[in-house]
Ligand binder design. Sequence first.
Ligand SMILES: [Zn+2]
Length: 71
Amino acid sequence: MEDARQIVLISPTGYAHHPGCHHISPEYLEHPAWAKIALPGIPFPTVDEQRPVTVTIGGRTWTATRRCPDC
Ligand SMILES: [Zn+2]
C-alpha cells in the first residue's frame, strides 16, 4: 500500500490534493487529466502562487498554484 500522505494529485485546474479528499473520485488516480506525484517522506508541500508545484509526466506539465483547502 502506498502511504496516501506521500501522494499529491494535481487537478487540471491547478489545485493540489491528497488522495481521499472528497473532491477526488477514485478514477482520478488514473485519469490522464490529473497528475499523480509521489513525495516519499516529505510532508505535503506548501503550494501557492509563489511556491508552485510543477511536474512533467510524459511530456505534459502540470502546475499547481493552489492547495485544496479541504485536504
Ligand atoms: Zn482536496
